[in-house]
Write a protein that binds this ligand. Sequence first.
Ligand SMILES: [Zn+2]
Ligand SMILES: [Zn+2]
Length: 675
Amino acid sequence: MSMISVTLPDGSVNEYVSGITAGEIVIDIEGRKHDCVAALVDGEEKDFSSELDSDCSVAGISGFSDDGIHILRHSAAHLLAQAVTSLYPNAKPTIGPAIDRGFYYDFADLEDFGEAELKGVQKKMHEIARKNLTVERVECTDSELNDLFQANPYKIEIINDKLEDGDSSTIYRQGEWYDLCLGPHVHSTAKLMHVRLTSVSSAFWRGDQSRERLTRIYGIVEPTKDALKATMSAIEEAKKRDHRKLGKDLQLFHVDEDVGQGLILWTPKGAVVRTCLQDFISEHLTRQGYHQVYTPHIGKLDLYRTSGHFPYYQDSQYPPLVEKDMMAKLASEGCTCGELSNMMAAGDIEGYMLKPMNCPHHIKIYASQARSYRDLPLRLAEFGTVYRWEQSGEISGMTRVRGFTQDDAHLFVTEDQIANEVLGCIELVQVIFEALGMTDYRVRVGLRDPDSSKYVGASEKWDLAEDACRQAASSLGVNWSEEPGEAAFYGPKIDFVVKDVIGREWQLGTVQVDYNLPERFDLQYKGSDGEMHRPVMIHRAPFGSMERFCGVLIEHFAGKFPTWLAPTQVHVLTISEKQVEYGRQVTAKLKAAGIRAELDDGDHTIGKKIRMHRKFQPAYMLILGDDETENNTVSIRARNGDQRAGVEFDLFLDELLNEISTKKASPSLVPPKEE
Ligand SMILES: [Zn+2]
Ligand SMILES: [Zn+2]
C-alpha cells in the first residue's frame, strides 16, 4: 500500500494511504463536527471528494472564512437553479455567481415570476437540501457537454465561448440536476440548509440590453442558523437606513422625472448637510495649502480630444452640444445624426461637452501661467460638477447618478513631491472620517500588473510612484492592501473603502497619480537647474462625490446626524399659548447665535408636536412650559426621549455651541439615564 506525506495546518506531517480524499483528511484534522465546506490542497481550493496520490499540504476551508462563504454561496446558486427548474421545467438557467452578500441566478423563460413566487422556490430548496444529495464533480468532453446542455442555448453559448474544440471541462451533479461549472462545491446539499431568497429583479443576458431579458433571483446563505439570523437582521436594518427612503422621509433630496433620472435636486434640508460637509472639507483644504477655483460645466470638444475623454469615452457621456450656427447650416444640408456624430468624432466640426471630468479645466489653469519649481506643488481644488451617462438600470438614489459634484482637486507636483502629497491626501481623509465616526476603513493601493505592457511612463517612474503610494498607505497605521493590476494605465492609485456602523463596505473616492495628462497637454515647469521639466499630476477626490458621500452618511447615521450636520439642530416647542412669547425669544436668540432652530408655537398638544417633529430627527427639542418661562430655563429632549429639565438657557446655548464647534460625533447634552 503506498503512502503519502501530508503537511497539516499546524506544520506537522502525517502519513496517509494514497488515494485518500481531501475531505477525509479535513475530518481527521478538524473532527466530525467541523464547519469546513471544501479543502485547500497545496494552496488550491479542492472538493472534499478529490483523491490525493502524492505528497501535499491540506487544510480545511471554513464556511465562515471569505473563501468558504464564497463556495457556500456559489453552491446555493446551484441549489436555487435545481429548485427553479424542478418547479418551472421551461426555465433555462444561464449564469449564477456568488456575489458580495449572497448569490443570484439568472433564468431565461421564467416569465411572470415575482416576489410572491420566492416562497415556493425556497421551500423546494430546503426540501432538496434535506435530501443530503452528494454534489459530484464529473469531467466531460466538449461533445458530452454539448449533448448534456443541448436544450439550453445559453449554456451552449458559454461552452462555445470558453472551450476550444475538443477541450474538456467539468459539470457538478446533485441528484438529477447538473450544471456546467469548475467548482469547487460543498460535498452535500445538506450544507445549504441556511438559505433565504431575498428578491427578484430583471437582467439582460450578458448584461447586454439588446439581448434576452432574464429573471434574476437573489438569495443569501450562511453556514449556521444563527449566522443567517444575524445576516437577515442586518438586511432589515439596512432597509431601514436606505438613503432613498430616509432622503424622502427627512426631505433631504428629490429626484424628478421632469428634470431627469439620476439628477439630484438638493432640497433645503439636504443642502444644509452638504454645505456643512463642504465647509468642513474646505477648511482642511485651506489648511493644507490648496487653492479653490471655479470652472464652467462645459468645455470644447477639442479640449477633451487632447485629454483623451472624447471620442473614446462617448458611451458614458451625454451627447455633445453643437454650436447654433453650425447646427442650422448642417440641418439645411440635410445632415443626419450619424453623419453629425462622425464629423464630431473626426474633429471636422467643433462642439461642446458637459464635462465628464474637471481635470482638463484645472490643467488649463495650471498652463495659464509660466510655472517654475517654486510654484510647486500647486494644489487646485473645486467642488466640481461632472456628468456621466450611466445606463438607466444602474441609476440608484444618490449613489449612482448622472450628475455629481466631486470633492475634486488636482495637484501639480515634481516627482520628489509625490510621496508627501499622497500622504497629505490620506491625512485629510483620516481627519474627516474620524470626525464622522467612520473609524473602520481600509485603503487599497492599485499597482501595475507586472505582466502587462499597457502602462504609459517609464518603469523607474512607476517604481517611484508605487513606492510613494505604499509608503503613504503604511505610514498612517490604517489597514491597507496592495492590489496588483488595479492601477490605471497612467499611474498607480489609492482608494478608500469605508465600513459603516452595520458592517457594509462603501467604496468612496481615490487618489490617483498621473503621468499621462501632463504629457498630453505638454505641461512644463522651469526647474532649479534652469531647464524645463514635466510635472506629475495627482487627481484626488477622496470622498468620491458629495452625492455619494451624503448618501452613505445618511445610511451611516440612519438619518440621525450629529448636531453640527443636522439640518435642524433645535426644534423649540411650546406647551401652551402662555409660552409663545418666551418661545419666540428663545428661537430668536438661537438663530442669532447661528443655530439652525425652528419654533412650533401652534395649537397642537405637546405630545402631538413631539411626534410631528421627531420624524425629522432634530438633534434636540426644547420643551417650554410655565416653569421654563418663569425661570428663563429650557427642558432639553434628546432623540431617544430622555430629558434634562431646568437648564438655564445661556448654559444650554454654551454647551450647544461647544458641541457644534468640536463636531461631536453624536448629540451629548442629555446624559443617558442611569439604569
Ligand atoms: Zn458552480
Ligand atoms: Zn482629475
